[in-house]
Write a protein that binds this ligand. Structure first.
Ligand SMILES: Cc1cc2nc3c(=O)[nH]c(=O)nc-3n(C[C@H](O)[C@H](O)[C@H](O)COP(=O)(O)OP(=O)(O)OC[C@H]3O[C@@H](n4cnc5c(N)ncnc54)[C@H](O)[C@@H]3O)c2cc1C
Length: 382
């Protein structure tokens, strides 16, 4: 596998800037840009990939780290979205990245007798069935119904009065930043020219066409021009900013919805499995992560610096309050060893409530030679 070394970066910038025309140049080194670059280079195209900061330094290192079909999208009757995501989950688990993606169990505590078990049970059964029918269930155990006793055996840290039983089902998880970097390195090993700390500052026009990008080497300070037949703008929550550099009104707008996660030591919550808990508007995950739990997430508008989203006291209290509703021993602020915040790129204009904005991505071509992948907040979002 190719090393992403400073020397390789300099070579990539030299090559991209030597006047040749690439088939594709991708702007944005998050999971979407890295994936697009890998896809293009493995089709035999000549490819460049430019990232303003570090690989995955945007949203792609700040997610819930789940590879899931989005159980709650079943409730919105979006079967096609869930099925597609489950097929991808299976491919990642079995073929594409079995060394990075692994199964994770979740307990869904039931609070109401009869109807909830039937309703939620039908949901997870459909989830497993969709996964089976997409040919991707191999490697993941099927869901199970648990009595209260069974659930407390699996998660002794849960309050006895917080559940009457539970469902246990399986999904998958991944180190999101490592996965993105793995995509970049694989793309580079197929011959893609990849450079981090290389910010696109403008677009090269030839008549109506976009014919490339202008790039600032943030390490050396030089400016280069990278020419390409197609430019792909994959800049996530920065889409509106990068589209403004084109100098045309965009076809759609992307807004940022902030989600935070708390990182707490594993011994603070006694459980052998992850938890998925219902909140008033969405769900909350307690996800095993090495020697820690990740607790998330929130969903609020963010209009400040996109490079540095930050958690507020209110965000932290919201998560603690919700998770503590079901725990025997509450998690306190002192237990929190880390907090991270990320920004979901959401297509705006569909609804005022960010949790209702579409999680699907849109691919548009606002000008000849330019493709924008926007939204892409992933159907697998928590
Ligand atoms: C709280 C939260 C939880 C989530 N949980 C999950 C989950 O469990 N599972 C899941 O699948 N998805 C999840 N997601 C969604 C997922 O993280 C995103 O869909 C994905 O990371 C978006 O990737 P991206 O490449 O579009 O954006 P980014 O990762 O933000 O990449 C865009 C990149 O463009 C770069 N850039 C910007 N401007 C320029 C420029 N001018 N020149 C060069 N580069 C530039 C930025 O530096 C950045 O690195 C979650 C998201 C959030 C916020």
């Amino acid at each position: 596998m190719t090393a992403l070394s400073p020397q390789a970066r300099t070579r990539a910038l030299d090559t991209m800037g030597d006047g040749r025309e690439l088939d594709v140049v991708v702007v944005g080194g998050g999971v979407v840009g890295a994936g697009a670059a890998l896809d293009a280079v493995t089709r035999g195209l000549t490819v460049g990939l430019l990232e303003a900061r570090d690989w995955a330094s945007g949203t792609s290192s700040r997610s819930s780290k789940l590879i899931h079909g989005g159980l709650r999208y079943l409730e919105m009757l979006d079967f096609a979205l869930v099925r597609e995501a489950l097929r991808e989950r299976g491919l990642l688990l079995q073929r594409l990245a079995p060394h990075l993606v692994r199964p994770v169990a979740f307990l869904y505590p039931l609070k109401h007798h009869a109807w909830e078990r039937v309703y939620a049970g039908a949901g997870v059964m459909l989830y497993d069935t969709l996964s089976l029918s997409s040919g991707s269930a191999r490697g993941l155990p099927r869901h199970r119904h648990l009595t209260r006793r069974g659930a407390l055996r699996a998660a002794p840290g849960l309050r006895k009065d917080s559940l009457i039983g539970a469902l246990r089902y399986y999904d998958a998880q991944v180190d999101d930043a490592r996965f993105t970097e793995f995509l970049v390195r694989t793309a580079a090993s197929y011959g893609a020219h990849v450079a981090s700390r290389a910010a696109v500052t403008g677009f090269v026009r030839e008549g109506d066409r976009i014919a490339g990008v202008r790039v600032l080497d943030e390490e050396g300070g030089r400016e280069i021009e990278v020419r390409a037949r197609q430019v792909i703008n994959a800049t996530g929550v920065w889409t509106d900013d990068t589209q403004a550099l084109v100098g045309e009104r965009g076809q759609f707008h992307v807004r940022a919805s902030k989600g935070i996660h708390l990182v707490v030591p594993r011994d603070r919550i006694r459980s052998t499995t992850g938890l998925i808990l219902r909140t008033e508007t969405s769900v909350l995950f307690v996800i095993p992560w090495g020697r820690h739990w990740i607790i998330g997430t929130t969903d609020t508008d963010w209009r400040l610096d996109k490079a540095h989203p930050a958690a507020t006291r209110k965000d932290i209290d919201y998560l603690l309050e919700h998770v503590n509703r079901v725990l025997v021993t509450p998690v306190t602020r002192e237990d929190v060893q880390g907090v991270y915040a990320g920004l979901r790129p959401l297509l705006s204009g569909e609804s005022e409530l960010t949790s209702k904005l579409s999680r699907e991505h849109v691919v548009g071509s606002p000008s000849p030679g330019l493709v924008v992948v926007a939204g892409a907040s992933s159907p697998r979002i928590g």
